[in-house]
Each structure stands twice: as C-alpha cells, then as structure tokens.
Design a protein around this ligand. Structure first.
Ligand code: PGA
Length: 232
C-alpha cells in the first residue's frame, strides 16, 4: 500500500480550549469502544498514513504533551520557522526552539509568501535552519516553476486559486505537477493541498505521483479531519 502523509494546517486558528475539544474528539475515536462500534473510527489502524498536525506556535507545547499523555498516533509540525538563529530577533521562533516540540515544519506556504513577502532567499534560509535543527520541512509551492531549496524531501503543491476557495485543482493537473516536480528535483514526496475535503481526498491520493495531502479548512473539525484521513 502507498505511504501517505496527511497534514493538518490549522493556520491562525484555535485557542487552548478549542484545541482540547479537537484532541478529545480524536482521542475518543481511538478508544477500543469506538473502534469496535465503527470498525475503522480511529487513526491507529491507518498504518500506511503518517498523520501530522500543525498548530500555531502557542499550542505546540500543549498539543505535544496531549499527544504523548494519550499516546495519540499523531506527529507534530509547526507552520513556520525563523530564518535566523537564536538572538535579537523580536517575535521570531527559531528552529532549535521548534524542534523541542515538532518533527516537521511547513515552509513557504503561499500565505507567508503573499502576506509576509517571503521570497526564495528567505525560504532557502528557513529550510537550512530547519534541516540543521533536525526538522523535516514540508515545502509549499504554488506551481511547478517555483524553486525548491536543497534539503527538501516533502513538497506540497498548493495552487493559490485552490486554497480556501472550495475550488480544488483537478486530480490530473495535480498529478502532472507532482510528476514534473519529481522529475526536476528527484526523490521527493509531493503532496497536494487546496480545498481538500473528505469527499475529494481519495481522487488525489489515488493518483500515482501524489503522496498525501495538506489540509486547511477541513482539518479544523476533528471528525471532518478524521474522515479525510480515512478516505485518503
Ligand atoms: P484549504 O487550505 O484546505 O483550506 O484550502 C490548504 C492550505 O492552505 O494548506
């Protein structure tokens, strides 16, 4: 069975209470009772799928301890990382700090490129910082002609017109970009992102060149996200 990455990007959403509700909902679905009722309710029996949740920085420590305490089969990622090391960079969170909590980090999301003017030079530094600290970057590209820094193993193709619009790319186009990206850069996992839902996820994950999905809106509700995981 193909190995898949299913990544939840919470973006700038959720307070501690809201995160607790989400985590409790996931935890309930992992309980033996719900497994026997629904037969396939939790994440634990989805062995070919690596499920990664990317909360905002404020929730990383909390979500990490919840995952550990309740042995949830979820990995943790951050949504961004500083291009600087530790030091006098007010407001920044550096890679070494992120690594205390997370294994993965999203870099180059198109919202960062657009609203925070992150360019290729900055993104290359972020990837280098992440790698140096032992984090695995999930590098987002809006199209196939975008540069991908060295050291990236996981790419998420997210066409901007598909992000948060309810208008996903076609599976054929996503597969073609994944294939072209792999040809140009070799040996990468390419995920698709942009308006992924429980209903359309399998159309993407069934495509030969696509190794998973990056999910924004549909990751905010725990049961909807679980449905994405199951249907992938
Ligand atoms: P969306 O966001 O699923 O809400 O379209 C995806 C993303 O931006 O990562």
């Amino acid at each position: 069975m193909k190995k898949l990455f299913i990544v939840a990007n919470w973006k700038s959403n959720k307070t501690m209470n809201e995160a607790t509700e989400w985590l409790e909902e996931i935890r309930n679905q992992e309980s033996p009772a719900s497994l026997s009722e629904a037969g396939r309710a939790g994440i634990r029996n989805q062995e070919n799928k690596t499920v990664i949740v990317c909360p905002p920085f404020t929730l990383l420590a909390y979500v990490q301890s919840y995952i550990i305490d309740h042995r949830l089969p979820i990995k943790l990622g951050a949504q961004d990382v500083s291009s600087f090391t530790e030091g006098q960079y007010t407001g920044e969170v550096n890679a070494k700090q992120v690594k205390e909590f997370a294994e993965y980090v999203i870099i180059g999301h198109s919202e960062r490129r657009e609203y925070f003017h992150e360019d290729d030079v900055v993104l290359e530094k972020k990837v280098a910082m992440a790698r140096h600290a032992g984090l695995t970057p999930i590098f987002c590209i809006p199209g196939e002609d975008v540069s991908i820094p060295k050291g990236v193993d996981i790419v998420a193709y997210e066409p901007t017109a598909a992000i948060g619009t309810g208008k996903p790319d076609t599976k054929e186009s996503a597969n073609r970009v994944a294939s072209a990206t792999k040809k140009r850069h070799g040996g990468l996992h390419v995920l698709y992102g942009g308006s992924v839902t429980p209903d359309n996820v399998s159309s993407f994950t069934r495509m030969w060149q696509i190794s998973g999905v990056l999910v924004g809106g549909a990751s905010l509700d725990a049961l909807e996200f679980l449905a994405v995981v199951h249907n992938a």
